[in-house]
Design a protein around this ligand. Structure first.
Ligand code: C5P
Length: 358
């Protein structure tokens, strides 16, 4: 059955796409700052951040799944007194809690082990990439995931993409690249003389590019695999998320245990910006799952691309950035690609548009 849930009267589908766009813009900036703002000897452990991310996402998803069980959802919580609420809460030994645990550990839960491992690898690679590349270069190269996602959607979900849609995806990636290369130039002009010019960490672009390219493959494969499992049957999204987090714990825990031989404790040097990075990542993970459920992975690519334009326009308004011809070119390419991709099937062939002047 088709569900159309809403948040404050707005369709969840669009709320989640917009939230993801804003989250994406915030993450690369906060994450990069959290890595380069302190000398390497005092920087927090990315392995601990990845583990914390999975733990928090798993816990939040578990409580959302619990709140959605009929026994809990049917209670008139807003009309109950504090003592009534306490006695009605589903404690770990009560049926709603136990049956949710049984759902989580159901026979097909192993299916989530594949995206779980891929996402842990991806989340770790992202730290390597962000620590070794300027924000804009990271974002530009990370757009390749639009293409890997489309390729995996075709291969695994048997989604059919017309040549026009392929061309529009290519232009989407290209347009985002143009916007970001130009925003990098503008940022550099603005950064002249600022304290962050002499970032205390030495970057290694080759390592950064290798990490980000690999992360594009895990992103595409994991996202599409999760979509395949999610849409394969009626299991609740939040149960799937708990399963994903559970299977992530082992690969996420191993590096932390390995590193704990050398570091005093896993959460040493967790600055406010490190906590903010984890919080934004947790939000991103939860919203990504909602986007995959109510839209799909390819739409997710469009949402994040449009976010790049929005964040640049916000910088124009807030930080006095200048709009340049290359921004206009890149932004128009992105908007054009979005329009072509979302045109109803059976419209004029793209070639007719491309060859109009001839
Ligand atoms: O870049 P991309 O969109 O592939 O990133 C997806 C992010 O969302 C990853 O950090 C992954 O851990 C997270 N995620 C999640 N739960 C899901 C799907 C994705 O936490 N169900």
């Amino acid at each position: 059955k088709q569900q159309h849930p809403t948040v404050c009267g707005l369709p969840l589908k669009y709320v989640s796409l917009v939230t993801l766009a804003v989250q994406n813009a915030a993450l690369s900036i906060v994450m990069h700052y959290s890595r380069v703002s302190t000398p390497q000897s005092q920087s927090y452990s990315p392995a601990s951040a990845v583990l914390l991310n999975e733990l928090l996402k798993g816990l939040i998803s578990f409580f959302i799944a619990l709140a959605r069980t009929p026994a809990v959802a049917s209670q008139p919580w807003h009309r109950m007194s504090f003592s009534q609420i306490i006695s009605a809460l589903p404690y770990p030994w009560t049926p709603p809690f136990l049956s949710l645990c049984a759902d989580v550990l159901s026979t097909d839960c192993w299916k989530l082990s594949i995206p779980a491992l891929l996402y842990v690898i991806q989340n770790s690679l992202q730290f390597v990439a962000v620590s070794n590349l300027p924000v804009a270069s990271f974002q530009v190269t990370y757009q390749l995931k639009i293409l890997t996602t489309a390729a995996f959607s075709v291969a695994l979900l048997r989604r059919r993409l017309t040549p026009a849609k392929w061309v529009s995806l290519l232009f989407l990636a290209l347009g985002v690249g143009i916007v970001q290369i130009q925003s990098q130039t503008t940022t550099r002009e603005h950064a002249v003389g600022s304290a962050h010019d002499s970032a205390p960490n030495v970057m290694s672009p080759l390592k950064g590019f290798a990490a980000v390219t690999l992360a594009c493959f895990t992103s595409g494969l994991a996202g599409v695999y999760f979509e395949m499992v999610l849409k394969g049957n009626n299991t609740d999204l939040w149960v799937r998320n708990v399963q994903l987090a559970l299977f992530s714990l082992v690969p996420a825990l191993l590096p932390v245990m390995y590193a704990s031989n050398t570091h005093s404790h896993p959460f040493r040097h967790f600055t406010p910006s490190a906590w903010a990075t984890v919080a934004i990542q947790v939000l991103g993970g939860l919203v990504t799952a909602v986007v995959i459920k109510y839209s799909d992975n390819i739409m997710k690519g469009f949402a994040t691309s449009l976010s790049i334009i929005l964040s640049f326009l916000a910088s124009v308004a807030l930080f006095d950035f200048r709009i340049t011809p290359s921004f206009v070119l890149g932004a128009s390419t992105v908007l054009g690609a979005t329009w072509v991709y979302n045109r109803p099937e059976g419209g004029e062939p793209l070639l007719a548009i491309v060859t109009i002047p001839g």
